[in-house]
Design a binder for this molecule. Structure first.
Ligand code: PAN
Ligand code: ZN
Length: 192
């Protein structure tokens, strides 16, 4: 059996930083996801005050067939919008039953998981943590520390990314700092 994958296009990355010298990352700033944050005044102020980079991720360029295994590195920078920690947009996989494995490389964060039926769970991540995103669970990561939070993500090549559903409903919980401690709170705007 032959494969169409050109192995010379498969990228490597620095396991300490997640950075790949051969790929361009996708970058998200506060302005790319202003409506995702609870405190709209703080989000507008952040955009006006320099529009900080919230996260970036490298898709290592594997082709998107069901037999391929896609992978990438994701870095969320330390910071907050109001009292809410910097986070990824979060998504369901387009093909809902495609699972994913996250492997923590650097820093500390939280993986938020929810189903479209209303279940929610969260797990803490740090260097060496292996976290599993089961089939059909939406997922978002949050940097709860004061350094870059970096992990490796591995998932079926044909999973795809559905951002629209999370953009519409939000996540059931938000992660906010309460007296300096990352704390899960109910999201008042969550619309299931
Ligand atoms: C991760 C994410 C990465 C960026 O590689 O794509 O952390 O987050 P968003 O995709 O939500 O912007 C993954 O879960 N891939 O499937
Ligand atoms: Zn995913």
């Amino acid at each position: 059996m032959s494969t169409q994958t050109d192995l010379s296009t498969i990228a490597d990355f620095d396991p300490g930083t997640g950075v790949s010298s051969t790929r361009e990352p996708i970058r998200r700033r506060v302005s790319d996801m202003q409506a995702y944050y609870a405190d709209q005044e703080a989000a507008a102020a952040a955009v006006a005050g320099g529009d900080p980079l919230v996260y970036e991720y490298y898709d290592m360029g594997v082709q998107s067939t069901s037999g391929d295994v896609a992978y990438g590195t994701s870095t969320t920078f330390p910071g907050k919008v109001g009292d809410e920690y910097f986070m990824t947009k979060g998504h369901y996989h387009q093909v809902r039953d495609r699972a994913e494995v996250y492997f923590g490389l650097k820093g500390h964060g939280m993986l938020l998981l929810q189903t479209e039926e209303g279940a929610f769970t969260a797990t803490e991540m740090g260097p060496g943590t292996v976290a599993y995103v089961p089939p059909c669970w939406g997922h978002r990561t949050v940097n709860t520390g004061d350094e870059d939070f970096v992990f490796l993500a591995v998932y079926p090549g044909d999973a795809g990314h559905d951002y629209g559903s999370i953009e519409t409903t939000g996540f059931a919980r938000r992660v906010v700092g309460v007296d300096g401690t990352p704390t899960l709170t109910d999201n008042a705007e969550f619309a299931r």
